[in-house]
Structure formats: structure tokens, C-alpha cells
Design a protein around this ligand. Structure first.
Ligand code: URP
Ligand code: ZN
Length: 460
């Protein structure tokens, strides 16, 4: 396959040229690559970018009594249609006291033979003992699972001691620890308090998880990582200006080994979404949406290089189904929302087309840095010889209105309903095959490959 005369964006540059893919791999990038006998794709006037990488999804997640509605087939079809050709999925917690292998095996069962894009998993640590610390090494080595998520809130949160033990082990292995940062004590106290006071509408969800809960936990985590010898740590779904200030403090100290992720929704939606007591349920997620000021602070954080990755935290539930559990009491609403398909369109439109970031920066945030953070680079996230032939062809001039009926998640809504976006995904190519053409999914169930990942750049 040869993609001709596109505006190729990779490695911080944009240049006019062709991409030659042989089999599953990029063979050459240059000018005037001969067409004879090859499948030719005309990319004149279009951007040619690496397949996007989403390092924060929750396919088929069991969360309490509810299960996310996208399994690895539907969720990855949505990813593919949104230009994402690789995901790294965060596993759900397993049964109390289970070994670290339990969820690894369970997730292979859930994903293998179903996923249509390439995929990896983050391990999840829900308690700590010598056996778990040993299994981290085995799983790192045998499975290429080189990141292990921990939570500072929810029922399976780790204590400071457990966090510290995990960080020391991660440092030893060269693993990275993604962490969900919220102060559990305050969040639970406020949820209970609002319940007693009958403040049970969606609008109390953000008030029950204030920004400083995030900031306190981010700060604590960064101090613990420093004390563990600058263990590699990655803050997931940063949502607030207060949280960003903690990142900035660490950056001013010259700290390295820290990765920071925000998500599409924290850059583009606000807590106004909770004002409608019915519709507000669609946006119940943790951390919650914040103010316009927070959105602006996060865009600034991107500009200043404090934020490395934009992911999605795709965790869809149906509005007409499980989300209604929260109709009378927001604390009963399953947390999470869809977004894996919308990310590239929304960020191109609100970021690049509106002049907040360059196209090169967008590629860095959605493709290259996620790959580097999680040991997928240079196989993924870059257009250069030797990389997988994962490409998105994006038409910057076309406009589109995002609407649920044209999206592919099994959720019955999109958080971006009616949003007019500049830029349209023309084609998505995975390892040399066109899997999406003009929004039509052409791939096959089970064609996604499990990827054993290498070390994160944070572990260098
Ligand atoms: O509300 C969210 N984000 N649900 C998914 C699980 C998590 O906290 O990441
Ligand atoms: Zn998540």
C-alpha cells in the first residue's frame, strides 16, 4: 500500500510525502514512492497521522453490580472508527484477595478473539503482600504488562504503606504505576453527608469530589514516589487546576519519572452538564467534570508541557439502563462515560482547529507520548520505517456533527451530542489494512493483536 501526497505528521514535524506499507509494517516514508502494482491511497490535502493510542479504556468493566456495555469487540470497533488503533485497557478489580494473575487471565478471556484493534493491559493491584510483589515481576516479564494501576480511592484503595511497597517494587522492575488520585476519606464523608441531607441530584456529584481531593492525592502520590527513589508514576485523568499545581511543583523541582494524563472530557466539558438532574447522570464519572477555568488551566498545562497524554477513560453505561440507578441518588449511579470514538475528532476540532495546539502537538498527545509512556514505542505512535502500518487519514476541511446514531459504542448516548466538529476521519489503517473507510467499519472480529509491552520512558 502506498499513501500518496499527504501532509504526514510525525516526530514533531509535518511534511508532504508518501508512506509505503509492506505487509503490516511501514517500509519507507519519502517523496515520489512508485505506485506500480500497489494499492494507492490519494491523501492530497489530508493529514496522515499515526494510528492513535488510547492508554485509558475500561472495556467490559465490572463495576459493582454494573458492567460497562462495551465488550472488547464493540468497544474496539468504536475505537477504530475514532482513529484509535491501539488501546491499553485498565482491568477491573478481581475477587477479594485474588492473585495478580487472576485478572490477567480473565482479561485475556475477555479480549482475545474479540478485539479489532491492537491491545495491551495494565495490571491492577488491589492489595499488597510478598506474593503480589513477586507476581508483579512474573507478569512484567512473561506478559509484557509493564504497568500496574493503583487506586487511592474506592473499596480496593491501597494504604500509604502499600503504595510505597508497590512503588519500590516498580522502581526495581522498571515498571510504571498509573494511579487514580482522589482523597478517599473526604469523598466518602461528603457523599454520606449529602445523602443524609437529601442532596441526591447529579449536581451534588462534583461537590462530593472537590478539586482539592484530587490535588491532595496527587501531591501525596508524588511525594511517595520521590521517597521510593523517584519511582516511575503516571497520574491518570487529571481534571483540575488544583491538581495541575501539584504537578507544576514537582516539575519546578526538576522531578522526572512522572507522566501526566488528562482526558478529552476534562478539556472540553464542564460541571454545567450536571445542572439538568436527568441528563446530568450521563456525565457522572470520577473525577467529575470541573469549571471552565479548570478546562483552560489544563489546556495551559498542555502548552507548558506539564501534561503528556490525552486519553479517554472510556467506561460506558447506558443512560436508559444502569445510569438510571442514580435517578434518585447520584451515589448509586455507575461512574463512567463513553468517549473512545470521539477523542480524535473533538481534540482536533477544539484543540487544533481552534488554535489551542498545533497538529504536531496533537499527534504527540494522542499517539506518540501514550506509546512512549507505556512501552509501545517505536512499534506504535510514529510514522517511520519499522513501525506498524497504523495510520489515520484526516480531512481537516470537512465538518461533522457528532451524534449517537453515527457512533459505534453500545452506550445509548454520547457526551458530545450535537457538537459540530471541524475535521473528519477519512480512513483508518491497521497494520497495512484499511479497517475504516468513510465511517464504515471494515475490519474483522479478533483481528486485534495482544501486545507485550516494553519499558516506559518513565523507567529510564
Ligand atoms: O468514573 C470513572 N472514571 N469510571 C471508571 C473507573 C475509574 O475510576 O477510572
Ligand atoms: Zn479509568
Amino acid at each position: 500500500m502506498v499513501i500518496k501526497n499527504g501532509r504526514i505528521v510525525s516526530g514533531g514535524m509535518t511534511f508532504l510525502g508518501d508512506v509505503l506499507i509492506e505487509g503490516e509494517t511501514i517500509k519507507a516514508v519519502g517523496k515520489n514512492i512508485p505506485e506500480e502494482g500497489r494499492c494507492v491511497i490519494d491523501a492530497v490535502g489530508k493529514y496522515v497521522i499515526p494510528g492513535a493510542v488510547d492508554v485509558h479504556t475500561h472495556m467490559d468493566l465490572q463495576a459493582g453490580q454494573c458492567r460497562a456495555v462495551d465488550d472488547f469487540y464493540h468497544g474496539t470497533v468504536a475505537a477504530a472508527c475514532g482513529g484509535t488503533t491501539t488501546i491499553v485497557d485498565h482491568m477491573a478489580f478481581g475477587p477479594a484477595g485474588c492473585s495478580l494473575w487472576h485478572q490477567v487471565k480473565e482479561y485475556h478471556r475477555l479480549a482475545d478473539g474479540k478485539a479489532v484493534v491492537d491491545y495491551g493491559f495494565h495490571g491492577v493491584i488491589q492489595h499488597v503482600n510478598q506474593e503480589i510483589l513477586r507476581e508483579m515481576g512474573e507478569i512484567f516479564r512473561d506478559e509484557g504488562i509493564t504497568s500496574f494501576k493503583i487506586y487511592l480511592t474506592y473499596d480496593n484503595k491501597l494504604s500509604d504503606l502499600e503504595v510505597f511497597q508497590v512503588l519500590e517494587r516498580a522502581k526495581e522492575l522498571g515498571a510504571v504505576i498509573p494511579v487514580h488520585c482522589e482523597n478517599d476519606g473526604v469523598v466518602n464523608y461528603l457523599r454520606e453527608k449529602f445523602k443524609k441531607e437529601k442532596k441526591e441530584m447529579a449536581s451534588f456529584h462534583p461537590l462530593s469530589r472537590p478539586s482539592r481531593c484530587e490535588a491532595e492525592a496527587v501531591g501525596r502520590m508524588l511525594h511517595l514516589a520521590a521517597m521510593a527513589g523517584n519511582a516511575p508514576v503516571y497520574i491518570v485523568h487529571l481534571s483540575s487546576m488544583e491538581g495541575l499545581k501539584e504537578i507544576e511543583k514537582a516539575a519546578c523541582e526538576g522531578r522526572k519519572n512522572i507522566g501526566v494524563e488528562t482526558c478529552t472530557q476534562y478539556l472540553t466539558l464542564t460541571d454545567q452538564c450536571y445542572q439538568d438532574p436527568k441528563e446530568g447522570l450521563k456525565f457522572i464519572m470520577s473525577p467529575p467534570l470541573r469549571s471552565q477555568e479548570d478546562c483552560q488551566a489544563l489546556w495551559k498545562g498542555i502548552e507548558r508541557g506539564l501534561i503528556d497524554v490525552i486519553a479517554t477513560d472510556h467506561c460506558p453505561f447506558c443512560y436508559s439502563g444502569d445510569k438510571q440507578l442514580g435517578a434518585e441518588d447520584f451515589t448509586k449511579c455507575p461512574n463512567g462515560a463513553p468517549g473512545v470514538e470521539e477523542r480524535l475528532s473533538v481534540i482536533f476540532s477544539q484543540g487544533v482547529a481552534e488554535g489551542k495546539i498545533t497538529i504536531e502537538k496533537m499527534v504527540d498527545l494522542l499517539c506518540t507520548m501514550p506509546s512512549k509512556m507505556y512501552g509501545l514505542y517505536p512499534q506504535k505512535g510514529v510514522i517511520q520505517p519499522g513501525a506498524d502500518g497504523d495510520i489515520v487519514i484526516l480531512d481537516p476541511e470537512k465538518e461533522r456533527i457528532l451524534t449517537k446514531s453515527q457512533l459505534h459504542s453500545a452506550a445509548d448516548y454520547t457526551c458530545y451530542e450535537g457538537m459540530k466538529v471541524r475535521g473528519d476521519i477519512d480512513k483508518v489503517i491497521q497494520r497495512g489494512r484499511i479497517i475504516v473507510d468513510n465511517h464504515q467499519f471494515l475490519g474483522k472480529r479478533g483481528d486485534g493483536k495482544y501486545i507485550k509491552r516494553g519499558k516506559s520512558i518513565l523507567a529510564d
